[in-house]
Design a protein around this ligand. Sequence first.
Ligand SMILES: [Zn+2]
Ligand SMILES: [Zn+2]
Length: 156
Amino acid sequence: MTVTLPAFPIHGGCACGAIRYEVSGAPIGVFACCCTDCQKLTGAAFSLAMPLLRERFALTRGEPATWARTAESGRVIPQRFCEDCGTRLFTEPPRGPQTVTLRPGTLDDTGWLVPAAAFWTSSAQGWTGFPEGTLLYEREPDDFMPVVQRWREMLA
Ligand SMILES: [Zn+2]
Ligand SMILES: [Zn+2]
């Protein structure tokens, strides 16, 4: 599949509107994660993640609360969410302080999103499928660069 990037800046926010943000430029990529934590956190089949340079992300209203989630790897990943409605908005990866990982389902327009990769397919719900060409990983990739490259190839 191809991706047609929207005209930046784009905007999004939480379900109740207390938190709003702006994304001023293209993301590094978009991927899905089917790990059981993501299923739990979303109450759904997988999460969508959109890493982007921190300088391209700005809060325009409100201040999200923080929950420090300990991943299976032992790394602590701060999860930022709306205190009022509980919407998860973004995480702050400790390995990449120059990036944030947005939950792109919180964008006002989600129609252009296509994941370049899916992680943790080993724990995916049985019906879950992804478009042909999606990079599939049984766990997490050690090297994120192939995901970035696949994303770049998909840009129309
Ligand atoms: Zn809210
Ligand atoms: Zn996950």
